[in-house]
Design a protein around this ligand. Structure first.
Ligand SMILES: Nc1ncnc2c1ncn2[C@@H]1O[C@H](COP(=O)(O)OP(=O)(O)OP(=O)(O)O)[C@@H](O)[C@H]1O
Ligand SMILES: [Mg+2]
Length: 165
């Protein structure tokens, strides 16, 4: 998920997703069912529904402050929903703790570890999951190649341009 590219679908279940699940052709990979999210008394998201098919690339698009980031944070478990359900692969996850959801999220502000190198920032999730060292090195190398940053492994985030970060 990347949060600065988001498409907003307020209030109604996506017709494609609903049709698919009713027909039993394909279970949505991610499904929001009438979710509500509040920050204290302020309701940021009300009755939001969306079905996302496996392998699809979905963006949420909408005016600033309409709730896109809040919705993405709710899949990862960074905010609690106050109503509705969130399903991943047909399993309800809204009461699953954040560390058990296994969701990757690229934050709108990058949330890099300023004191860790580029390598260690990229490797963080893999280390957390106890991936073997050699695999981590290979995967980090591949990821950095993908974003054209090989050779930057030892740099700190502050030594990268905004785009490189
Ligand atoms: N931690 C918070 N506490 C209180 N209100 C918040 C909090 N985070 C967001 N909000 C409010 O919730 C609403 C939705 O915020 P959100 O960050 O989801 O918007 P967004 O659609 O991602 O906006 P943008 O396009 O500017 O990134 C906004 O009105 C915002 O002010
Ligand atoms: Mg946002």
């Amino acid at each position: 998920m990347r949060e600065c590219v988001e498409t907003m679908q307020p209030s109604r279940p996506s017709s494609a997703g609903t049709d698919l699940s009713i027909a039993g052709v394909e279970r949505p990979a991610v499904e929001f069912r009438n979710i509500d999210i509040a920050y204290g008394k302020f309701v940021a998201v009300r009755d939001f529904s969306l079905s996302i098919r496996k392998g699809s690339f979905v963006t949420l698009l909408g005016p600033s402050g309409c709730g896109k980031t809040t919705i993405l944070r709710s899949i990862a478990g960074l905010v609690d929903i106050s109503g509705g359900q969130i399903m991943i692969d047909g399993r309800r996850v809204d009461d699953v703790p954040i560390y058990k959801r296994n969701i990757g999220l690229v934050f709108q502000s990058y949330a890099l570890f300023p004191h860790k190198s580029v390598f260690d920032n990229v490797a963080f999730g893999l280390k957390y999951h106890n991936v073997p060292k050699a695999d981590i090195a290979r995967k980090v190398g591949k990821a950095l190649e993908m974003v054209r940053l090989p050779g930057s492994e030892k740099k700190l985030p502050s030594q990268l341009s905004g785009g490189q970060q």
